[in-house]
Design a binder for this molecule. Structure first.
Ligand code: HEM
Length: 330
């Protein structure tokens, strides 16, 4: 009943008090949700392209010149493209919640606060880039840039998640130099593999839709070039897993294991999709796995200098729990 008689000011004040002041379960939950939705949207965005629905809504920001929403004349392609546009609002809502959950932490956890803003800023940037891509009739380089920006947002979301568990980064390396250098080499190979993958797509049947121009590169050659850094990455990652096991480095060992698992899946799908003439389901899985790969790689790099959660966070968590218990007892 108290809520019903409260003034708007009181409600805002109560809400503010309710927001986290330490990294608690709510912050970690929103970090998981943020990363998940960013990867999901890459999958749905891929589905838009692979079903040839990129121009399902022929203009932007409206769906057609006269309608904000998809119309029956646009058929299934219009529905698919419009549904994907609507997802922007879901992502934006999640970004607002993430921002609110870390706003009271902004001094002690500037990293989380800054990351929530950067991830939020990625959404309008991505919407505008997606819009320009539509307006240019799905130029393959812009389609590629649109995906590349997504991988950057996925990387930021992965940093947000890992830091929500382990605290802000320290400049102290916890792994030996050779292990760190091997990890940086792996990260460079992931970057090259993703960039060449995007260029490979731009040359092939799924660059935009059936009528959009391709980037003019020879698909077979660029496919081959794209696979070399992938194989090299696989070899480097095996060394990382063995090294982390030998050094008993946690959490680097688990993250490198995850990286290896995703890479094996990615390489197998890559080869199979190339042999089967690029069926859209496999191409979409390859796209989503690329995001998981970026996530695992980011976690490995972060694990080189992870600090345990700030002591004050831990003690504040304990104090909060103690206060709750005494409140319940009263
Ligand atoms: C670390 C491993 C790999 C990563 C991170 C990776 C990443 C990517 C990415 C990001 C794309 C663009 C996807 C899109 O825009 O739809 C792509 C496309 C592609 N990848 Fe990979 N890839 C890897 C391994 C491989 C391997 C080993 C092959 C085997 C030949 C392969 C074959 C392809 C092909 C054929 C395409 C073009 C698909 C299309 O035309 O739609 N990939 N890859």
């Amino acid at each position: 009943m108290k809520g019903l008689t409260s003034s708007p000011r009181q409600i805002v004040s109560n809400f503010w008090q309710w927001l986290p002041t330490v990294v608690d379960r709510r912050v970690r939950a929103i970090a998981w949700v943020t990363l998940t939705i960013q990867i999901v949207v890459v999958g749905t965005g891929g589905a838009v392209r692979l079903t040839g629905s990129g121009l399902g809504c022929p203009t932007w920001p409206r769906c057609t010149v006269t309608s904000v929403v998809s119309t029956p004349e646009l058929g299934i392609h219009g529905v698919i493209e419009f549904a994907n546009r609507l997802l922007t609002f879901v992502i934006a809502l999640i970004a607002v919640v993430a921002f609110l959950y870390v706003v009271r932490l902004r001094r002690r956890r500037r990293d989380l606060f800054g990351l929530s803003i950067a991830i939020g800023a990625g959404i309008p940037a991505q919407a505008v880039l997606g819009g320009i891509t539509v307006l240019t009739g799905l130029d393959p380089w812009l389609v590629g840039a649109h995906f590349l920006l997504s991988t950057v947002i996925v990387m930021l979301s992965a940093i947000f998640l890992v830091r929500a568990y382990y605290g802000a980064a320290t400049h102290r390396r916890v792994a030996p130099r050779w292990f760190a250098q091997l990890s940086y080499l792996a990260a460079a190979l992931v970057t090259v593999a993703v960039l060449l993958g995007i260029v490979t797509t731009g040359s092939g049947p799924h660059a935009g839709d059936i009528n959009t121009p391709r980037n003019g590169l020879n698909s077979e050659v660029i496919q081959l070039v794209h696979s070399y850094p992938a194989y090299l990455l696989l070899a480097v990652t095996i060394l990382l897993v063995l090294g982390a096991r030998r050094l008993k480095l946690e959490p680097a060992r688990s993250y490198a294991g995850m990286l290896l698992l995703v890479e094996v899946g990615q390489v197998v799908i890559g080869i199979v999709q190339a042999r089967l003439g690029l069926p859209i389901a496999l191409v979409n899985i390859h796209l989503v796995l690329a995001c998981l790969l970026v996530t695992a790689m980011t976690a490995v790099i972060l694990s080189l200098s992870l600090a345990p959660l700030h002591e004050r966070d831990l003690s504040s968590n304990r104090n909060r729990a103690a206060t709750r218990v005494s409140e319940l007892r009263r």
